[in-house]
Ligand binder design. Structure first.
Ligand code: FAD
Length: 559
C-alpha cells in the first residue's frame, strides 16, 4: 500500500504562481502542500527577470478603460472580456498582498513601456513592476535549493537588478560606480563569502521566489522536492487528489478542496512541440531550464477529460546558442537588440522586423517571414567591430572585456562567425551577399537621418529602454561600417509555452463541454493562457500566473 497524506490544497509546481497560491491558501486557513519534480524549487520563474505586469497597481497613474482597451486589442480575439476584467479586478489585490504579507517589495519600473506601443491604451510607463533585491540569508540553508539565476543575467554569478544592468550595459552616467558598488557589495560581504560563493543579494526571479519561499518558511508551509505528479485522482466527477512519486515510490496526496496545477508548460517536450506547434519548433531553442517543463501535468489533466486550448502558442523570445563548452543552453537576447549597431537578417540578407520590438513580436515576425521566404529560421544578427567592442551579445562579453584573442578558437564557426568583409561573412553563414550589403547600406543611411523607413526602429518608448543614451539622432540606429564583421545565429526560442487546459476567470479547468471540473485549477504556463496571446509588457507571464493563482485560491475558499 502506498503512503497517503491529506491536505486541503495540493499545489503542483514551485514557480511564482504556485508559491503565491500556496501562501495565500495557507493565509485563508487552508492546509497546503507544494510539490516539485526537480531537486530545486523555483522553476523558470526563479531564472526569470521576476517582473510582473500589473495595470492599475495603485503606484502609477492608470485607468481601467485604457488598460481594458489595450488588453482587448492586444489579445485580438484570443480571450474573453470576462477574463480581462478578472485580471484588472484582481491584479492590484495580488500585488498589495505580496507587498504586505511577505518581505518582498515590488515597485513600478518607471522606464518600462508596454510592449504594443502602437495599440490604443498602451502606456509608456507605470504597469511593469519589479522586486527590490531580497536578502537570501533569510532563507537559511534553503537558499541552496533555490534554482539559481541564469548566469547570463548576472555579473559572473553576482546578482544585478534590471535597472542596474541597464545602467551598466548602456553606459549611462554613473555606470562604473554602479558596477563597482555591486562587485564590492559581493566581495566585502565577508562572513557570507566564507560560507558560499552564492550571492545572498537575490535579484530578479530569484528575489521573487526567494521572498515567497521565505514567507512559506515563516508559516511552516511544506514543500517537497523530488516529488513529481504522475496522475490526478478523479472520483465521482471531481478531482480529489493526486498520485505523485516520492523517494522512488508512489504516494497518494488527497486534496479536500482542490488541486492547483502550476507545473509550467511543455516547452521541453519535443514530441508535444512536434504535435502542436508551427514547425520548425525545437525544445533546445528554449531558454528555460533544461528537462523541467515537459507537459506532464497538461497530459494528466487531458487524461481525466480536460479540454486543451492555445496549444500552438509560445511565449516567443529570440535566443542565441552558447558555445558548446559553456553548456548553458540557449540564451535570450532581450537587451542586445536595443543597443543599435546590429541588424537581424534572413537568408536573403534582408531585414524582416524592427529588431528592437518586444521579443514575442520578434519571434512572430521570424515565423511570418519564414512562411513567406523559407529562410528566416534561423535568422542572423550582424554587427561590426564597434558593436563588438562596446556591447555584449548573449554569452559574448564586449571585446573591451573579452577581446577576440582571448576567445577559445572553437567558438568561431560554431557560435560566432567573423570576417574582414561583409561578403566573406555572408559566405560563411550562407546568406545572400548582395542582400546583406544592401541591408547594411540602408541601415547606415537610416543611422544618419535617424529614421528607419522600413521598420520604424527606435521610434517608440519601448524601443529606447536598452539604448546607449546620447547616441543621436536615433540611438537604435547606429552604422555598421567597421571591420571585422561578425554574425551570430538567432533561433525562434521561447520562455515557455502558452497552451494547456482551458480555464475560467477563476482558473478552474474546463472539460470538453466547457464545464468546470470541480477541484481542478490550472495557472501559469500549465493553463491555456487566460489573457490569450497578450504579452502586455515586462511581467506579462508571471503577472497572470500570480493573479490567477490568487483568484483560484479565492474560489477554493468558497468551495
Ligand atoms: P515554472 O516557473 O517553470 O514552474 C514550473 C515548475 O513545475 C518547475 O519547477 C517544474 O520543475 C515543476 N514541474 C514540472 N512538472 C512537474 C511535475 N510533474 N510534478 C511536480 N512539479 C513539476 N516572465 C515574466 O512575467 N517576467 C519576467 O521578468 C520574465 N523574465 C524571464 C527571463 C527569462 C530568462 C526566462 C527564461 C523567462 C522569463 N519570463 C518572464 C517567463 C517566465 O519565467 C515564465 O513564463 C514563468 O516562470 C512560468 O511560470 P510557471 O509557474 O508556469 O512555470
Amino acid at each position: 500500500m502506498s503512503e497517503s497524506y491529506e491536505y486541503d490544497v495540493i499545489v503542483v509546481g514551485t514557480g511564482g504562481g504556485a508559491l503565491l497560491s500556496a501562501l495565500r491558501a495557507h493565509d485563508l486557513g487552508m492546509k497546503v502542500l507544494a510539490i516539485e519534480k526537480s531537486d530545486q524549487y523555483g522553476g523558470t520563474s526563479a531564472t526569470s527577470g521576476g517582473a510582473l505586469w500589473i495595470p492599475l497597481n495603485g503606484e502609477a497613474p492608470d485607468s481601467y478603460e485604457s488598460a481594458f482597451t489595450y488588453m482587448k486589442a492586444a489579445a485580438s480575439g484570443t480571450t474573453t472580456d470576462i477574463k480581462i476584467r478578472a485580471y484588472l479586478d484582481s491584479a492590484k489585490d495580488m500585488i498589495r498582498y505580496l507587498n504586505e504579507k511577505t518581505a518582498l517589495r515590488y515597485r513600478v519600473n518607471a522606464d518600462y513601456a508596454d510592449y504594443y506601443q502602437d495599440i490604443p491604451g498602451a502606456v509608456d510607463t507605470g504597469r511593469a513592476m519589479e522586486p527590490d533585491p531580497f536578502n537570501g540569508a533569510l532563507l537559511g540553508e534553503e537558499i541552496q535549493n533555490l534554482r539559481p539565476t541564469h548566469p547570463g543575467a548576472t555579473l559572473m554569478g553576482i546578482g544585478m537588478t534590471i535597472p542596474e544592468s541597464n545602467i551598466i550595459a548602456t553606459k549611462a552616467p554613473g555606470w562604473l560606480w554602479t558596477l563597482l558598488k555591486i562587485m564590492l557589495g559581493y566581495y566585502l560581504d565577508l562572513p557570507w563569502r566564507f560560507k558560499t560563493k552564492r550571492d545572498r543579494r537575490l535579484c530578479l526571479g530569484n528575489a521573487l521566489i526567494g521572498g515567497l519561499r521565505h514567507a512559506m518558511l515563516e508559516r511552516n508551509i511544506p514543500l517537497w522536492l523530488n516529488c513529481p505528479l504522475e496522475s490526478l485522482i478523479h472520483e465521482d466527477g471531481r478531482i480529489t487528489g493526486i498520485i505523485a512519486r516520492r523517494k522512488g515510490s508512489p504516494v497518494t496526496l488527497r486534496a479536500r478542496r482542490g488541486v492547483i496545477l502550476a507545473a509550467g508548460g511543455f516547452e521541453r517536450n519535443q514530441a508535444m512541440r512536434d504535435q502542436y506547434h508551427t514547425q520548425p519548433s525545437r525544445q533546445e531553442w528554449s531558454c528555460t531550464p533544461k528537462n523541467l517543463n515537459t507537459g506532464d501535468t497538461i497530459r494528466a489533466a487531458e487524461a481525466i477529460g480536460a479540454k486543451l486550448e492555445n496549444m500552438q502558442m509560445i511565449w516567443g523570445t529570440p535566443t542565441v546558442r552558447s558555445p558548446k563548452a559553456l553548456q548553458q543552453g540557449q540564451q535570450a537576447i532581450f537587451a542586445e537588440r536595443g543597443f543599435g549597431g546590429s541588424i537581424a537578417v534572413n537568408k536573403q540578407g534582408r531585414r524582416f522586423v524592427n529588431e528592437t520590438i518586444s521579443y514575442d513580436r520578434f519571434v512572430e515576425a521570424m515565423y511570418a517571414d519564414h512562411a513567406k521566404t523559407g529562410g528566416c529560421i534561423p535568422a542572423w544578427i550582424i554587427l561590426d567591430a564597434k558593436y563588438r567592442k562596446n556591447c555584449p551579445l548573449g554569452p559574448l562579453l564586449p571585446a573591451s572585456v573579452l577581446p577576440d584573442s582571448k576567445i577559445p578558437k572553437e567558438w568561431f564557426g560554431d557560435f560566432l562567425f567573423k570576417d574582414d568583409t561583409l561578403e566573406g561573412l555572408a559566405r560563411q553563414i550562407g546568406v545572400n551577399s548582395a542582400g546583406l550589403m544592401e541591408s547594411v547600406q540602408k541601415n547606415n543611411a537610416y543611422a544618419s537621418t535617424g529614421v528607419d523607413l522600413d521598420f520604424q526602429r527606435g521610434e517608440s518608448a519601448h524601443d529606447r529602454y536598452w539604448t546607449i543614451k546620447g547616441t543621436s539622432p536615433n540611438p537604435c540606429l547606429v552604422t555598421i561600417d567597421q571591420a571585422p564583421y561578425y554574425a551570430v545565429r538567432v533561433d525562434p526560442g521561447d520562455t515557455g509555452t502558452k497552451g494547456g487546459p482551458a480555464v475560467t476567470e477563476d482558473a478552474q479547468a474546463l472539460d470538453q463541454s466547457g464545464t468546470p471540473i470541480p477541484g481542478l485549477y490550472c495557472i501559469g504556463n500549465n493553463a491555456a493562457a487566460p489573457l490569450g496571446r497578450v504579452y502586455g509588457g515586462a511581467g506579462g507571464t508571471l503577472g497572470p500566473a500570480m493573479v490567477f493563482g490568487y483568484r483560484a485560491v479565492s474560489h477554493l475558499e468558497k468551495t
